[in-house]
Design a protein around this ligand. Structure first.
Ligand code: SF4
Ligand code: SF4
Length: 187
């Protein structure tokens, strides 16, 4: 399915004018694709000079660090969350998959750049995920980013974080696919 990034779209209507299925309209100055009408021809992605439209193929798995299943881990970095709630993004929807415990690990806090064994422990618990969402990341961020996309979300509740993630799906997938060294901040 083709998806418009609300962050990148400037409302020029080039895609609207070139869609053979008349499946795109502007809503509040942002292009919106009627997925039921879309014929998946790819023309809109080709004509958009902002690179705001991309094909989202398949599903991806994201994890959110939490202590109470409602809020993101707020008082410490995401690697110290009690558990991780996993959600799958597929066909434009996010759905809950499972919760995984974060194994207790006493890291060596004296290490300036974080304890690599802690990063290994968290990465093992999150095997198979594509992106980790947290309010705060610690000094192990570069090590975690080597295993999955690390996304800092500037909100406190998981439901709000999921809503923000939906608005930034294109950027998150770009980060995952490009195997980027840089983490992402969304709000
Ligand atoms: S062509 Fe790109 S920037 Fe222009 S309205 Fe469509 S999505 Fe937005
Ligand atoms: S993929 Fe083709 S049919 Fe679908 S919205 Fe884009 S231009 Fe229209």
């Amino acid at each position: 399915m083709y998806n418009v990034s609300g962050q990148k779209c400037v409302g020029c209507a080039l895609c609207v004018d070139n869609c053979p299925a008349e499946a795109i309209s502007l809503e509040k100055g942002i292009a919106v694709i009627d997925q039921a009408a879309c014929q998946e021809c790819g023309t809109c992605a080709e004509v958009c000079i902002q690179g705001a439209i991309r094909d989202i193929d398949g599903a991806f798995l994201m994890a959110v660090g939490t202590d109470d299943d409602v809020h993101l881990k707020l008082d410490d970095h995401v690697g110290n969350s009690a558990r991780f709630r996993l959600f799958q993004y597929a066909d434009g929807a996010l759905s809950y998959v499972e919760t995984r415990k974060n194994p207790k690990f006493d890291e060596d806090e004296s290490l300036q750049h974080g304890d690599p064994r802690k990063a290994q422990s968290v990465s093992a618990a999150l095997k198979g995920i594509d992106a980790l969402f947290g309010f705060r990341f610690g000094p192990n961020l570069p090590r975690l980013q080597a295993n999955f996309a690390c996304v800092a979300v500037r909100t406190t509740e998981i439901n709000e974080a999921l809503a923000i993630a939906r608005r930034h799906i294109n950027e998150i997938l770009d980060n995952i696919e490009q195997d980027s060294d840089e983490s992402l901040v969304i709000q």
